[in-house]
Ligand binder design. Structure first.
Ligand code: FMN
Length: 211
């Protein structure tokens, strides 16, 4: 089996973490950089990653996570949040950053800016929110793959109360809203889910070559 497939088989949604084993600062830096490099629609990056290390804060998140113990026992909890800025603000910030990064006049990006504004402007509030959330899911799978490569365990968690997370972490004030969380760390040797067979449909059900 090649290494990519081996890593993807190694990873699983970890239910029990070893609370004594911590992810190093160096590995956290790699994880943040991998998040930063995630692709997004138009490159707009309507997001922010919050990393929670403090045990008291993670204890508070437990009741807002349907008592899923991973938030307490993992080394860190990554909270993926969407920006609550409106589309004009998002696009303006991005166009300014592009002009600076590439050393070009902002006026040269006017057509691109109008195209993005047109695309996002056709959405109502709920479609815009869903669009932003979709971008976070791209970042999620990017990190799940990178973490598998780094042999760091994780458990994606939609099973939480986003409004309560926002309240606990003061995210509304910062202009962000929780979409889901990703506790990361190292599996406990007692986690029975580590060794159960992965359930995936056979290739001929999920894949077909056309033409
Ligand atoms: C978006 C998303 C949300 C998830 N939410 C939870 C969750 O709240 N709690 C949990 O224990 N597992 C959660 N999972 C894990 C899935 O149940 C798991 O990935 C799936 O069953 C496949 O198993 P595997 O990841 O171990 O291969 C979530 C996974 C994804 C991708």
């Amino acid at each position: 089996m090649n290494k990519i497939i081996e890593n993807l088989n190694w990873r699983y949604a970890t239910k029990e973490f070893n609370p004594t084993k911590k992810v190093s600062a160096e590995d956290l830096e790699t994880i943040v950089e991998a998040f930063r490099l995630t692709a997004s629609s138009f490159g707009l990056q309507p997001w922010k990653l919050f990393i929670i290390e403090n045990q008291d804060t993670r204890n508070k998140l437990l009741e807002h996570s349907y008592y899923q113990k991973q938030v307490v026992d993992a080394s860190h909890v990554l909270v993926f949040a969407r920006s609550t800025a409106n589309s004009e603000t998002l696009v303006q910030e991005f166009v300014e950053d592009t002009a600076e990064s590439r050393g070009v006049e902002i006026t040269s990006l006017e057509d691109y800016k109008q195209m993005m504004l047109g695309f996002l402007g056709r959405m109502d509030e709920s479609q815009y929110k869903i669009w932003a959330e979709k971008q976070l899911y791209i970042a999620l799978w990017n990190l799940l793959t990178v973490l598998a490569e780094m042999e760091i365990d994780s458990c994606a968690m939609e099973g939480l109360n986003p409004a309560k997370y926002d309240e606990t972490l003061w995210l509304t004030e910062k202009g962000f809203a929780t979409v889901f969380a990703l506790p990361i760390g190292y599996r406990s040797l007692k986690d029975k889910y580590a060794d159960i067979k992965k359930v995936r449909y056979p290739t001929d059900k999920i894949f077909e070559m056309i033409g």
